[in-house]
Design a protein. Structure first.
Length: 119
């Protein structure tokens, strides 16, 4: 069982930045695929970014087209934490952001953190 706790959400002006954090339990965090998704009111949850373990210390990152060049996902394996750095925020980025982890084919989700963008 992997437990995930997100933090870092809040209110930010359009054009501003926020960094989300997701702390995970588990002894083998470095091998988890970790990701972020979001869900805006009235919309389905959508993929934002993921960092996937390949081998050793090699990870691959992927991004949704809507956030490429503005968001960066990165991880600190020593802290069992994955981050989402969000720059140049737009009103359409407002949503609840969820962290997820994949361990041995099982997907775990955090409780979400709210991001509000004011124009």
């Amino acid at each position: 069982q992997v437990q995930l706790v997100e933090s870092g959400g809040g209110l930010v002006q359009a054009g501003g930045s926020l960094r989300l954090s997701c702390a995970a339990s588990g002894r083998t965090f470095s091998t988890y695929d970790m990701g972020w998704s979001r869900q805006a009111p009235g919309k389905e949850r959508e993929f934002v970014a993921t960092t996937s373990w390949s081998h050793g210390s090699v990870y691959y990152t992927t991004y949704a087209d809507a956030v490429k060049g503005r968001f960066t996902i990165f991880r600190d394996n020593a802290k069992n934490t994955v981050y989402l750095q969000m720059n140049s925020l737009k009103s359409e980025d407002a949503a609840i952001y969820y962290c997820n982890a994949v361990e041995d084919g099982t997907v775990y989700w955090g409780q979400g953190t709210q991001v509000t963008v004011s124009s």
